[in-house]
Design a protein around this ligand. Sequence first.
Ligand SMILES: Cc1ncc(COP(=O)(O)O)c(C=O)c1O
Length: 385
Amino acid sequence: MQHNFDEVVVRRGTDAKKYLHYGPDVLPMWIADTDFKCPQPVVDVCVKRMMEGVYGYPEVSEEYKAAIALWQKKRFGWDVPAACCEFVPGVIPGIICAMRALSHPGDNLAMFTPSYPPFNDMAIHNGRNVLRCELKPVDGHYAIDFDQLEAYLAEERTRLFLLCNPHNPTGRVFTREELTRIGELCLKHHVIVLTDEIHEDIVYKGYRHIPFASISPAFAANSVTFVNASKTFNVAGFRSAAFICTNPDIKGRIHEAVLDNKGIGENLCGTQATIAAYTQCDYYADELVEYLEKNLDLLCETIAKTDKITLLRPEGTYLIWLDCRKMGLSQDELVKFFEEKAKLGLNNGITFGPEGQGHMRINIATSRANMEEAMRRLTAALEAL
Ligand SMILES: Cc1ncc(COP(=O)(O)O)c(C=O)c1O
């Protein structure tokens, strides 16, 4: 491997939010960043920029837009013009601007659940109603209830469908057939698709990420895609993301909302880091997935030895959804079990909505040494239960 993912990077004692949350006896495996160093070309370009010593307002970077488009083309075969790509200071700020531009308070926003907690919060804080279409286990994976989805899309005040693909927290990577059905239903009911594809690079063997908008010009014209190099290259702290939209009317409306909310202003290092990552670091993305897949194997082997936790092997993302209902604990007891008995800092499933009752989410984007230690702790705690 060109990048050493085995390196144990000491993040405790730095400003890492993941580590600040827990005492030294707990291994934190929650918030969605990785414990890996960035690829060297990203570090180099940031150091070079910092050495310039002047950090005034930057101009809009055309190179950034080109890098966003390049990644879509070479990794996923989506040929989208650079002019359709635009900086936003985070996927969530971008989605909020799109939601404000394309719907009104009192309108409905439909989404698959359980869902990444800020999706629900941002909708509620902006006066939108959330329609929760639950992904339920069927034949070993989380399946879409298309009847429920259509019923929600058909409601008069449903303006937007927020797709998250690959899906956090279930790890589903939706197939072309599923995406096509979603897209056709949204067109039929005049619902615009906001598609969060931030986890696009983390897809395991046998699966493929298909950008929703790449399926057809009609889907592209009825959607907005959100991406960020953060999950793959561990640059979330730079607050630099992008939205991609081929529909000039929709793109213009979101651009206006971004301006109105003063969500402008590119991050000097963020743009440079993203350009370096997307133009020079394909190797890192490939090696990362290979490395994560082995961590996932370890987790699956550990869980297979217990009948207390159920895990439907995810198809993508490094955020793994654990169904702990067979442990027979209340949600508070479950959280306590992981933190106090297993000494592992996981996300509480209930924060992903009522569907998360009895669930926890674990982040496996860490060194093998940490992962092995975590599995030892989990096994011992489960045996003692
Ligand atoms: C699905 C999803 N969308 C968005 C984000 C956050 O994106 P950003 O930091 O660019 O706002 C995350 C982070 O975990 C995520 O999992």
